[in-house]
Design a protein around this ligand. Structure first.
Ligand code: FAD
Length: 414
């Protein structure tokens, strides 16, 4: 039994229920779209996830690993259709986390597909969606037919997401959306977008609408790339119309959306940690093979201490992630757990990938080796889905049990 399987056995022993997207599909199919999206846990015997992943032959992904910077997620997902099946495997969130971590070590972009199929906007539909959205949209997503991406960020609303300006208004049986979004990851291939918008004035009027890419008045900008090659697009809504059944949350939805968004952080954390572990393993191997001054560089204390610090950060991050996942399997992760997990995984990943580059010397920054790519991706996740600064704000707020407004103080009333 692997370490992960032992951990899962331990975790499942204590669990009474779980909320995985995969299990949800089964529930939906068996119960004819039952309204209860949380099904009873059926136990560790249900799946050996390591076996499921290995039977699909991770090594077949190795060739595309060479070509990461120029490929997009959609075609990769289709090309490796068998891996798309993983989205349909029954399991829990810890299964999804382990799958994402194992696959990210071989092909980070395929892990992105699993991320989209298990965390983020898909969970928002699972937790908050009406019967129509579950039947029409969720099943397609869970079958891996297409992906959904979160569309929150706007040109003037990044960390300050409460400043979003995209509007939505009801017009008969439709909802009409106006505004724009930026930094939509993999939006060039997504079939649906979870568009955060305002239904009126004030933060409390914010909600979200699921917009299919076929909607009238919807368009996307040209494909752009982050430094690691990840694709993103801007989204435009010009009197964009969708039937009102596509409304995920109208007024008063903001807090609930944010609460479910905590799940997304677990997927971000898993991918960060996986890339860091890969960088660590590659560095260990390299340090045993690279000879300088007639000895392997792992024999230098300066290099050994790097491995100690890398290992320490990786283990700290791993356990905070597992804790958050275990809590999530009982419902939703708490803001504190998910923020601590993401902060530690993001920072461990940046640290470990940076040190991995150093250990590889000149080869670390060469495109011949994947270290620079791993660093660049890990670096981006320190900003995406809540920057490390904003996470610290959230954690401080949870610890002190107080909200601290980030806005300038209002002038005293005359
Ligand atoms: C790889 C990647 C993928 C992304 N994918 C998506 C996606 O799919 N969908 C989507 O909607 N968005 C996506 N984003 C956008 C992302 O959510 C935003 O970049 C993020 O919220 C930060 O917003 P910003 O870039 O506007 O930076 P800003 O909010 O302008 O922040 C600039 C700097 O100021 C800091 N800062 C801001 N406010 C505070 C504060 N109160 N206290 C301390 N520091 C503060 C920030 O931490 C940051 O360091 C993605 C971003 C990246 C990098």
């Amino acid at each position: 039994m692997t370490f992960e399987d032992q951990l899962k056995a331990l975790i499942f022993f204590h669990l009474e229920e779980h909320t995985s997207a995969q299990h949800l599909l089964q529930v939906l199919e068996e119960d004819d779209f039952a309204s209860d999206v949380i099904a009873p846990e059926e136990g560790i015997k249900k799946s050996s996830f390591g076996e499921a992943i290995n039977s699909r032959g991770l090594e077949q992904l190795a060739p595309i690993y060479q070509n990461l910077q120029s490929e997009a997620v959609g075609p990769l997902a289709k090309e490796h259709n068998e891996l798309g099946d993983l989205i349909g495997i029954d399991g829990s969130l810890i299964d999804a986390v382990i799958a994402i971590m194992e696959i990210a070590k071989v092909c980070p972009q395929t892990a992105d597909v699993l991320q989209a199929g298990n965390f983020g906007a898909i969970q928002q539909i699972a937790f908050l969606g009406n019967e129509f959205l579950k039947k029409e949209v969720l099943t397609k997503l869970l079958r891996g037919e297409t992906i959904i991406t979160p569309a929150m960020s706007e040109p003037n609303a990044g960390s300050a997401v409460t400043d979003l300006r995209t509007t939505a208004r009801f017009d008969g049986d439709e909802v009409v959306i106006n505004g724009s979004k930026v930094f939509n990851s993999n939006g060039d291939h997504a079939g649906y977008f979870c568009v955060w918008c305002r239904f009126g004035k004030g933060v409390e009027s914010s909600g979200a609408v699921i917009v299919p890419d076929t909607a009238s008045g919807f368009s996307r900008g040209k494909v752009e790339q982050h430094m690691s090659g990840e694709h993103y697009v801007s989204l435009y809504f010009d009197d964009c119309r969708v039937p009102k059944e596509y409304v995920l949350m109208s007024e008063e939805g903001f807090k609930k959306l944010l609460q479910v968004f905590n799940v997304e952080r677990l997927g971000n954390s898993s991918r960060s940690l996986a890339l860091a572990e890969l960088a660590y393993e590659k560095s260990l191997q390299y340090s045993k093979e690279r000879i300088q001054f007639d000895r392997p560089i792992c024999e230098f204390q300066g290099i050994q201490w790097k491995f100690v610090d890398m290992k320490m950060r990786l283990e700290q991050a791993r356990w905070l992630l597992y804790k958050a996942v275990v809590e999530a399997d009982r419902g939703l992760p708490t803001t504190l757990d998910s923020s601590l997990a993401k902060l530690s995984c993001n920072e461990a990943a940046e640290y470990v990938c940076r040190e991995a580059i150093q250990i590889h010397g000149g080869y670390g920054v060469s495109q011949e080796f994947p270290l620079a790519y791993l660093y660049e991706r890990a670096r981006g996740w320190m900003i995406a889905g809540g920057s490390v600064e904003m996470l610290r704000n959230r954690i401080a707020s949870e610890i002190l049990e107080r909200r601290f407004s980030q806005r300038p103080p209002r002038p005293p009333k005359a």
